[in-house]
Ligand binder design. Sequence first.
Ligand code: SF4
Length: 198
Amino acid sequence: MDRQFIISYQIDETLYLNITNQCMNQCVFCIRETETGVGYNLWLNKEPTVEEVLDSVKNPQSYNEIVFCGYGEPLSRLEVVKGVASKLKEMGARSIRINTNGQANKYYGHNIIPELAGLIDTMSISLNAQNATVYTEICRPADGENAYFSMLEFARKCVGVIPRVILSVVEWPGVDIEACETIAQNLGTEFRLRKPTL
Ligand code: SF4
């Protein structure tokens, strides 16, 4: 497949922003591991600037939701997320979500969530497992089992700061969906079960 430079793509009424290919995890079900992914080639020749991302969004107010996701972890580019989200809000974006692995606080060494208050409407965090052992097997984080606990702490800190917080789980062998749902309930977040994209 030819290398392209797809920064944004639309599925139904949602616009997805692809701002990085970096990630601290290597999940077994990651669309990066598939040939077709979401149907677009999202490998970037270079990471886009704030201006390049904004140029790719023509009418932000026309989407139900704009989502930072991509073939990587959006919060590994925190300044770009903040710059783009702030401008999109000014331009009338109705709702902005980040799909994240929840390891940003660990990555930056401090709590970055307050920096996103007022910019991000929904934080969707990949829980993916009922415990650190299963998480490590499925998500293969660079930081080992610590990554699981960082992710849970990130979710806890989002509650009350970001209006909507979702813990998501991909249906996968070894994942105890009920136990994951209980974790979400105990943290006070919503819960979402997803199908793998493989
Ligand atoms: S956290 Fe997301 S981008 Fe990173 S490897 Fe897992 S599924 Fe892929």
